[in-house]
Ligand binder design. Structure first.
Ligand code: PEP
Ligand code: CO
Length: 462
């Protein structure tokens, strides 16, 4: 990895030169106003000297695995927090990983293909906002934009963007990633252990009985393998897992500062995470976010909401995937449970007809948010499940491949989303409502969802 400045190469197929800073010539939405631009630049310069958080070879490996997803030979599970906090404890990081691993075991068994595990973690610190400001009791202050920019408390000091937070974000991401690497390679992720947690979930969950047959089947498969001499003790593949990081590449100064040229290939990589995605609010084909990400060779996601047209998607494909490389581009659709079946099929056909082999992932969270009677922002488990079912149905109808799911969840026992096995009700929301942004599935709702998806796979409705 060469971190020295070199002359920027042009990106093949783009027709325009690209450099890590060429986004600065395009309209950049959702960037904060830094009160002290000189201090901000000093921090960016410092970040530019820091070691990369991930390596180009890892990002290439994820691209290969996502190419398998695009071909229907693997399934993508991308999940984690809506907005990570600088105060997240090690236990909370461990528990989030644990839930994702538990879900992955269930999905691996019932899809019959490898599950590619990508966390919204170790860098998911910046949030796009619908409104620049927030008003409480007649006081208007800048909106909270994520811990990489400002703080959630409602005072002028908390809400003023502070560039030193970029360095804290880098350090928190590094520490989180270090813990994840230790957990995923050090025995915590052993199949037998993860399966045991699922057995405990089934035993303890109010909805558990419903899943007993499913868990028994996995049990028999694990026992069969052990009887054949294949166990976590004998096979490192059953003891270790590959786990990748991702976040929304929103704050472009930070992403630029962590972009490095790979000494092996000469290609540029954004080394802040393995995969970066573009949010629904910043996916303009001539905007700064697409300009920045078109030049880095990491796998790229792009959120697609209900207002997106086929022409929008094709323009994004041309910008981000000019060479039609499977695994390069993931469209993360978030249409709403009641609209997905109408809105998705024409988009699937248009992209397929244009010859782009993208990954299609379903985000069943962001178009199913509503405010409950008590004023809490929430989502209902049934709507989440309904959007995924509609997503599978749309793909069956068109003949395309449903590649995976993109979820907001935590391993903590929060009360932010309604429904699920424990039938969380509106009156329960206030008990442990801890999110800094959107409502997340809690640990048991998440494993619940994996089993409900398993039922869809078993019944052939994927
Ligand atoms: C998110 O993923 O947290 C988010 C803001 O999503 P979207 O861009 O789809 O609204
Ligand atoms: Co969110």
């Amino acid at each position: 990895m060469d971190t020295s400045a070199v002359s920027p190469p042009s990106t093949p197929g783009s027709g325009r030169d690209w450099s890590p800073r060429s986004w600065r010539d395009c309209p950049a939405l959702q960037q904060p106003e830094w009160p002290d631009p000189v201090e901000h630049q000093r921090v960016l310069d410092e970040l530019g000297t820091m070691p990369p958080l991930v390596f180009a070879g890892e990002a290439r490996q994820l691209t290969d695995q996502l190419a398998a997803v695009a071909r229907g030979e693997a399934f993508l599970l991308q999940a984690g927090d809506c907005a990570e906090s600088f105060n997240t404890s090690a236990d909370s990081i461990r528990d989030r990983l644990r839930v994702i691993l538990q879900m992955a075991v269930v999905l691996t068994y019932y899809t019959g293909v490898p599950v590619v595990k990508v966390g919204r973690i170790a860098g998911q610190f910046a949030k796009p906002r619908s409104s620049e400001t927030e008003t409480i009791d007649g006081v208007e202050l800048p909106s909270f934009r994520g811990h990489i920019i400002n703080d959630i408390g409602f005072s002028r000091e908390d809400r003023t963007p502070d560039p030193r937070r970029l360095l804290t974000a880098y350090n928190r991401a590094a520490a989180t990633l270090n813990l994840l690497r230790a957990f995923t390679k050090g025995g915590f992720a052993a199949l037998s252990k993860v399966h045991q947690w699922n057995r405990e979930f089934v035993a303890a969950s109010p909805a558990g009985r419903r899943y007993e047959d499913l868990a028994d089947e996995i049990d028999r498969a694990v026992q069969f393998m052990e009887a054949c001499g294949i166990s976590s003790d004998t096979l490192s593949e059953l003891r270790q897992v590959d786990f990748y990081t991702s976040h929304e590449a929103l704050l472009l100064g930070y992403e630029e500062a962590l972009t490095r040229q790979d000494s092996l290939t000469g290609d540029w990589y954004d080394c802040s995470a393995h995969m970066l995605w573009i949010g629904e609010r910043t996916r303009q084909a001539d905007g700064a976010h697409i300009e920045f990400l078109r030049g880095v060779q990491n796998p790229i996601g792009c959120k697609i909401g209900p207002t997106a047209t086929a022409a929008d998607l094709l323009a994004i494909c041309r910008a981000l995937d000019p060479d039609g490389r499977a695994g390069r581009l993931t469209f993360i659709t978030r249409m709403g449970a009641d609209r997905v079946i109408d809105l998705l099929p024409p988009l699937l056909s248009a992209v397929g007809d244009a010859g782009h082999q993208v990954v299609w992932a379903c985000d069943p969270m962001h178009a199913n948010t509503f405010t409950a009677d008590n004023g809490r922002k929430t989502r209902h488990f049934d709507d989440v499940l309904a959007e995924v079912s509609g997503f599978f149905a749309a793909h069956r109808y068109v003949g395309t491949t449903p590649g995976g799911v993109h979820l907001e969840l935590t391993g903590d026992d929060v009360t932010e989303c309604l429904g699920g096995g424990a039938e969380l009700a509106v009156d329960d929301l206030g008990d442990r409502y801890e999110t800094m942004c959107d409502p997340r599935l809690n640990g048991s709702q998440s494993v619940d969802l994996a089993f409900r998806l398993a039922e869809l796979f078993r019944d052939g409705t994927r």
